[in-house]
Ligand binder design. Structure first.
Ligand code: FES
Length: 306
């Protein structure tokens, strides 16, 4: 064997080893992408068949982790750092020419392998991306149905009697000045959005011009749901005529349309217009003057039911 054949065979051996390393790395990357596809599809199946939060979290982590691992292997072991060498070949020796031909041959072979491998890995990566995209669509299903009027209306309506938490219907004579009682529609005492507080005031304390709805003999009724964050407004300071929310101390003026006196609430408590029926029972004359509960992004005073 000539002295110039030894480097050529070493180089060929080196190319062979490099190709083996890259093939091995390609297999690892492919396995990672397949794991990502399986995990993402499993996540989709788990979700649509009822869901299990912990399992969904694990599968999502596996899917993203596998994609990341596959990309890392691909970049580090297959693509590798780019080195550009400008070689100056001696053009005299026939042996060198043979070496050159051999090198070109292996380069071409290697390029063909690289191109096929790249296409294969790109397809798997695309499959992993598509599977993850499918899995990421599923949270939209959890958004549920679009709310309709239920954010603006309650079960109060004209003619329904006021009842206490036990379902007992209330007559005007049942409430004394400075007394408060929680009331619901008589036919919906389990409707939390309809809960209201009926307040008895002393003669002349109410300012009728400030009130958007009707009252009965000094009795006025407001939503019991705080307009700040939805706590029940259950404390009444009779001396000051103020309802107090215990959560963040919003205070509402009972005599003036439950306007905010202090605290973080952004608007007063909606009023329930009340009257009496032929038998002397207190009844609602309609729904609340405004939507109840915390203000939200599209709440306006022109909302349905106002
Ligand atoms: S919920 Fe009533 S003040 Fe915050």
């Amino acid at each position: 064997m000539g002295s110039s054949e030894a480097p050529a065979s070493r180089r060929a051996e080196e190319w062979r080893r490099q190709r083996e390393r890259q093939d091995r790395a390609a297999r690892i990357a492919a396995i990672c992408f397949v794991v990502a596809i399986v995990a993402a599809l499993a996540l989709f199946v788990v979700y649509v068949t009822g869901g299990q939060t912990q399992l969904e979290g694990v599968l999502l982590a596996v899917a993203f982790g596998a994609v990341g691992a596959g990309l890392a292997v691909w970049v580090r072991r297959i693509i590798g750092p780019r080195e550009v060498v400008e070689e100056r070949y001696p053009m005299r020796s026939p042996q060198e020419t043979r070496d050159e031909f051999e090198a070109a041959y292996h380069d071409a072979l290697g390029e063909a392998t690289t191109t096929g491998r790249r296409r294969f890995l790109l397809r798997l990566l695309g499959g992993a991306g598509a599977s993850l995209g499918l899995a990421l669509l599923v949270p939209f299903r959890s958004l549920g149905p679009t709310p309709q009027d239920e954010m603006f209306t309650t079960t109060w309506r004209e003619g329904v009697r006021l009842a206490d938490t036990e379902g007992r219907e209330i007559q005007a004579a049942d409430i004394s000045p400075d007394e408060v009682i929680t009331v619901f529609p008589a036919d919906a005492i389990d409707d939390p959005s309809a809960q209201a507080i009926l307040v008895g005031t002393r003669e002349g304390q109410l300012e009728p011009d400030a009130l958007p709805g009707a009252t009965v003999e000094g009795m006025v009724c407001y939503s019991k749901i705080c307009t700040h964050a939805g706590c029940p407004v259950g404390l009444y300071r009779a001396a000051a005529g103020e309802l107090l929310c215990p959560c963040h101390q919003s205070t509402f003026d009972v005599h003036r349309a439950a306007a905010v006196v202090s605290g973080p609430a952004g608007r007063g408590l909606p009023q329930l217009p009340i009257g009496t029926d032929d038998e002397g029972y207190l009844i609602a004359l309609g729904d609340f003057s405004e939507p109840v509960g915390p203000s939200f992004w599209n709440l306006t005073h022109d909302a349905p039911g106002t």
